[in-house]
Structure formats: C-alpha cells, structure tokens
Design a protein around this ligand. Structure first.
Ligand code: DOR
Ligand code: ZN
Length: 335
C-alpha cells in the first residue's frame, strides 16, 4: 500500500530571508503556516547590525509570525563588534552571519578582510555565539565555494569552540568537510538537492532558479542529496528562500534568490518518498537542527496528503520555484 498521508513534527527552516515591510507581511506567513521556527537572515538594507535595528526587526517579524506559532531565530550581520555589544545581544540571536563583501544580495557592507573580525570571532567563541557563513570567494562563479573551503577549515581549527555553520552548501567537497571538523555543521537548500546549473542556464535561462551560490554539477547535487536522504547528523534543512519582486527577476540583471518557502516541505516529502527515505525526513527538517542549535520550537504537526496540487504562478509579485507545476503532496492539516 503506498503512503497516502505523512506527518512531520515541528519542521524547521534554518536559513530564510523574510525581508521587511510589505514583503515580510507577504512571505513570512507562508513559512510560519507550516514551519515551527526558522533562522531569519539579517541582510536587510541597512543590515541588522545593532541593538536598535535588531529590536525593531525582531518586533516586526514576531508581529507577523507569532499568531502562527512560529519561533523566529534572529541573526546579526557580521561587522567588528565590541564585547559589550555582543554581550547585550547574545540572548536575542541564534548567531552572527558573515557575508564576504560583495558576494551576494545586499552584502555590500560585508566583511572585506577576515582579519577585521578576528577579535569579534574570539569574543563570539568565548561568549558561545554561533558563526554562520556565506562561504564564497570572488573567484570564477563555479569555483567560489570550493575556493572558500580552506577558510572554513582554518576557522574551524583556530576557533575550536566556535560552532560554525556552512550555509547553503552546494559542492561535494563542502559536504565532505562535515566529517572532518566537529565544530562545523551545514545547511542545504531545496534547490541544491534538486537542480544543477543545467536547470538554470542549460536551456532557456530560468531566472527563478538563479541564486548564490549558483547550482553546480550533477555529482555535487547527488552528493548533497545522498547526505540529506541519510539525514547526516551535521546537516539541516535551510531553504534560503529569498523572495524578489518579479520585475527584479525577469529582467536584465536578475537578482539572486529562489523563492521556495510555500513549497519546500511538500517538495521534500515527495523527494524523500521517491528515494525511499521518508523515515529520515523528520531528522533532516527538525531533529538534527534541534540538537545542533539547541532549540526547542513550538509543537506543530503538519499532515501531508498525496492528493496533488498545483504550485501557484505568483504569491503577490513573487514567483515561486516551479510555478505552475504539479506538486504530488499537499499540506492537508496543521495542528
Ligand atoms: O541567492 C541568494 N539570495 N543568495 C544569498 O546569499 C542571498 C539571497 C538574497 O538575500 O536574496
Ligand atoms: Zn541566504
């Protein structure tokens, strides 16, 4: 008998872009409906990098998601911080996100030289504040993550008590690092488990699959998928769902970001079922994250039914990944 329903408990999305204002109000409920919590990225304009901005953003996010029993885990944008700044914000954040300068959307104020944040990393290690990293260099676009891997290894060795998250890994070499350093964990997105560069640019260009880091080769995708299907204990789901208005995607100079929030869980259920790994999905989308990040999200059960549904063409002015395609599984109930 094939499965016709399937349930997940308190699924977590450990890497999301909610934005602010009208975009936040449009997209955040789509995550909060089904996820029990998530890590909210700080790359706003200007970035979330001080107490006033953090307080304000935290309040704005909570107002939208709290009625839906969703715990937002807030982050700070990396810059050199003083000890008193970090000490005063430590309990309000799940980590500090490091963007190398200029590698992705709204990273203009990112870190140009890692030496500038050495002292901050030392303080974070002492205060027990996690480091989350967009691990790309400015080399040739397909090589940017690989070129950054020695930086991860160096950080992991030099700050052995610092928990370092390699965000949205896209290569098999990054995946292999998970088994080499105890203080490294990683997030992986839905799109990097499903697509390769061919899906983005192999035929007609698909701007809705264009993100940073760019999707890589089949062998990279397959290595990431194998780790996810196995629910590797160092790997968690982080959608990197990154909404942009359609006119910023369907244009010359397309913004990087794939919007997956409303379809991520349904697609993951289908993907894990296809590979006979449904029994591992709970660990991949919740249990691993609870353990690695030491979080206790609200109780929420999401029941999926294998009855099919079409992915909407638009959510307001945002086009989701695979718009118009059929989903095998849909969300039947959330309780
Ligand atoms: O594709 C991406 N979009 N990658 C990122 O790192 C940032 C994100 C965004 O904020 O749009
Ligand atoms: Zn991101």
């Amino acid at each position: 008998m094939p499965n016709t329903t399937f349930s997940l408990h308190s699924p977590l999305d450990m890497h999301i872009h909610f934005r602010e204002g009208a975009m936040l109000r449009r997209v955040a409920p789509l995550s909060a409906e089904t996820f029990a919590g998530g890590v909210i990225m700080p790359n706003l304009v200007p970035p979330v990098d001080n107490q006033v901005r953090l307080d304000r953003y935290d309040r704005e996010v909570r107002e939208v998601v709290e009625p839906l029993a969703f715990e937002p885990y807030m982050t700070l944008f990396m810059r050199p911080y003083t000890e008193s700044e970090l000490a005063s914000m430590k309990d309000r954040i799940i980590g500090v996100k490091l963007y190398p300068e200029g590698v992705t959307t709204h990273s203009e104020q990112g870190v140009g030289d890692l030496g500038d944040v050495e002292d901050t990393l030392d303080l974070m290690q002492d205060l027990g504040i996690r480091l989350m990293v967009h691990g790309e260099s400015t080399d040739f676009v397909m090589d940017r993550e690989r070129a950054f891997l020695p930086v991860y290894e160096n950080l992991a060795r030099r700050f052995p008590r610092l928990h370092i998250v390699m965000e949205h890994i896209t290569t098999r070499e990054a995946a292999a690092l998970l088994d080499r350093h105890e203080n490294l964990s990683a997030t992986v997105t839905l799109q990097h488990l499903l697509i390769t560069l061919d899906d983005v640019a192999g035929g007609l260009l698909n701007p809705h699959l264009f993100c940073k880091p760019i999707a890589k080769r089949p062998e990279d995708r397959d290595a990431l998928l194998a780790l996810a299907l196995d629910a590797h204990p160092g790997l968690v789901f982080g959608s990197d769902s990154a909404p942009h208005p359609v006119d910023k995607k369907e244009c010359a100079g397309c913004a990087a970001g794939v919007f997956t929030a409303p379809i991520a869980l349904q697609m993951l259920v289908g993907l894990f079922e296809e590979h006979g790994a449904l029994d591992r999905l709970q660990a991949f989308v919740s249990d691993n994250a609870k353990r690695i990040y030491d979080v206790d999200p609200p109780a929420k059960t999401v029941v999926f039914a294998k009855t099919g549904a079409a992915i909407p063409e638009r959510y307001g002015d945002v086009v989701p990944m695979y718009a118009g395609r059929d989903l095998e599984w849909k969300v039947a109930e959330v309780r």
